[in-house]
Design a protein around this ligand. Structure first.
Ligand SMILES: Nc1ncnc2c1ncn2[C@@H]1O[C@H](COP(=O)(O)OP(=O)(O)OP(=O)(O)O)[C@@H](O)[C@H]1O
Length: 581
């Protein structure tokens, strides 16, 4: 049992007297359902026998029973709130305590997590209230209708009880699959909220870095993933109609079809047939429909929200002592297995079934025509995009299972649009290396080729950005490179991050990263970049080729064609042919 469910049940158990009173009033509330068929049968038989007033008297009793039911409904509400509100308080206390402890361990605050938890606790409270109010009532109605039917027509009651049991049994078989899909939808929703929160939180940086398209794309991918999962869930849940037919409608048809036989020899009176059909069609069928619909909807919502909440009660292991060194020690091992990704549900995959390994100390160049999917692959490799199928593994661990803080510390992606904020060069270069001293920052700057600028200007205290030194596009790229060089990242992905540098400056920057511990992945836009790497991955529409520059040059005609373009065009990458896939 998940910690969330255990806490909920524990909190409910503390209110046993309220639960007992709720059950008692529920039984009273079900009186109309219990007597409806019996009284309807009596009224019908009295009317047929010409006893008008006696028949009306039976209907009067039915009306009185309804009034009793309504009174019970009014009386049980205080017990509902007496159970639900303390449960909400217990869940909220546990969730907030867990979130605060988790934030304290990670050393970060996550406003979206707090908002999500509060929202989830409120959902749990609303769902619990709705279930106790409605499903409880419906369950008592089903029982009352079956008891009433047993008193009126035992054979019909036995058949109906078997049909209801069969429908509920089948529903129980479908439930685990539904729960899994429900959870996937919930996680996808959280993913959307987290991504949108990150983008909004960093809106200023996103705009300053010219990354609005990319930010919108990242949110868009997650929204589409959530929509796809929601559609799948809806399709599976549609199976409930079949179960309602089986348990609720089939018995009505059976009683109606058997009515000539039931009426013959006085097995049942006409009034009793009417009463039995009333039990089945007015009480049982809608109640069964309600139970299945509400348990499959709100019930699963409650279960999934509780499970998710429970995970925050016992927060994931801190991404430090144990995780940190384990991930860092093996960061050379970045691999992809069966990696597949498409933008949009019906779009052709941009990356399709790709297998890839970049070992510790490895240096891989990714090449391919413009628009073939190199940046998409880079985003997948650092966990910015989520694969549709397949996995990206860091030291053998699926990226999705690695805490975000560890992932961001371990893999650094430098995009083409270098981001430099207004401040000193020391602040810019040290952004990802808090605590690094000036010597370390200068070493990183010199390694990538920013030393000349430091010497020319005011060293690390030079102010850049608005009101400070205006940097050229190439210098901005050098600042971004120095920032990652100074960081603890063990896997560095350069996505055309040196495109504004001249070939010699580019060589120096790439060599600086190649000599650094860890692995280097370069999306190359010059042949020289590819030739410096140990291995080259050529993306070629539906296929990918991996080998050394020499191997691909000798055995892979598309590579020879591409490098031919580069040799002639000095860095101009051909555009992907539209018939390529
Ligand atoms: N957000 C998006 N939505 C839909 N399609 C996209 C999105 N981003 C990229 N694509 C498409 O995916 C394909 C691969 O794009 P990607 O940017 O990964 O290619 P690339 O090889 O890096 O190109 P270039 O060398 O020009 O930078 C292209 O057809 C592109 O149009």
């Amino acid at each position: 049992m998940s910690p969330g469910t255990a806490l909920l049940l524990g909190a409910m158990r503390e209110h046993r007297p309220a639960l007992a009173r709720l059950a008692a009033w529920s039984a009273v509330e079900a009186v109309p359902a219990l007597v409806s068929g019996l009284l309807l049968a009596a009224a019908t038989d009295h009317f047929i026998a010409g006893r008008l007033w006696t028949g009306l008297g039976a209907l009067g009793l039915l009306l009185t029973a309804s009034l009793v039911g309504v009174t019970a409904t009014r009386r049980l509400f205080p017990y509902l709130t007496a159970i639900v509100e303390p449960v909400r308080d217990a869940l909220l206390t546990a969730a907030v305590t867990g979130a605060v402890a988790s934030a304290a361990r990670a050393g970060t605050g996550d406003a979206s997590a707090v908002a999500r938890l509060t929202g989830q606790v409120q959902s749990v409270r609303n769902l619990l209230f709705a279930l106790l109010r409605t499903v409880r009532q419906i369950a008592f109605t089903v029982l009352a209708a079956l008891v009433g039917l047993a008193l009126l027509a035992p054979l019909a009651a036995a058949i109906s009880a078997a049909a209801v049991a069969l429908a509920l049994g089948l529903f129980a078989l479908v439930l685990p699959g539904l729960a899994r899909r429900h959870r996937a939808v919930l996680l996808a929703g959280e993913d959307v909220a987290a991504e949108a929160g990150t983008v909004l939180h960093g809106a200023r940086d996103v705009i300053a870095g010219g990354a609005t398209d990319r930010a919108a794309r990242d949110v868009d991918v997650r929204v589409h993933a959530e929509a796809r999962l929601t559609r799948v869930l809806a399709r599976v849940f549609a199976s409930r109609h079949l179960l309602v037919f089986l348990g609720g409608q089939l018995p009505v048809v059976a009683v109606l079809a058997a009515s000539p036989w039931l009426l013959r020899d006085g097995r049942l009176s006409p009034g009793e047939v009417v009463g039995a059909v009333a039990y089945l069609s007015v009480s049982l069928e809608p109640a069964l429909r309600g139970v299945i619909g509400l348990l499959g909807g709100w019930g699963l919502d409650l279960y999934v929200n509780l499970t998710r909440l429970g995970e925050t009660f016992a927060p994931e292991a801190a991404p430090s002592q144990e995780d940190g060194p384990a991930v860092r020690a093996a960061t050379g091992g970045l691999s992809a297995r069966g990696l597949t990704f498409a933008y949009g549900e019906r779009a052709a995959p941009v990356v399709d079934g790709l297998d890839l390994d970049v070992g510790e100390g490895g240096h891989l160049a990714i090449v391919g025509a413009s628009g073939i999917g190199k940046s998409t692959l880079a985003d997948l490799l650092c966990g910015l995009l989520t694969p549709r199928r397949g996995r990206v593994l860091l030291a053998g661990r699926d990226l999705r299972t690695i805490p975000d803080a560890v992932l961001r510390r371990t893999i650094a992606l430098i995009p083409q649009e270098a981001y430099v904020f207004t401040g000193t060069l020391a602040e810019n270069i040290g952004q990802l290396a808090p605590g690094a001293d000036e010597t370390a920052l200068r070493r990183a700057a010199e390694a990538v080729g920013l030393g000349a600028l430091l010497d020319r200007a005011d060293g690390l205290s030079t102010r850049v950005g608005t009101g400070g030194l205006e940097l050229s596009a190439g210098e901005r790229q050098l600042v971004a490179l120095a920032r990652v060089h100074a960081s603890p990242a063990r896997i560095v992905i350069l996505d055309e991050a040196t495109c504004h540098l001249d070939p010699r400056a580019e060589e120096r920057a790439e060599n600086a990263f190649a000599e650094r511990p860890g692995a280097l992945v370069v999306i190359a836009h010059r042949i020289s970049s590819a030739r410096r790497a140990d291995r080259v991955l050529l993306l070629d529409g539906t296929r990918a080729h991996v080998g050394t520059d020499a191997e691909l040059g000798a055995n892979c005609p598309p590579y020879a064609t591409l490098t031919g373009f580069w040799d002639e065009g000095a860095g101009i990458t051909p555009v992907r042919s539209t018939s390529g896939r």
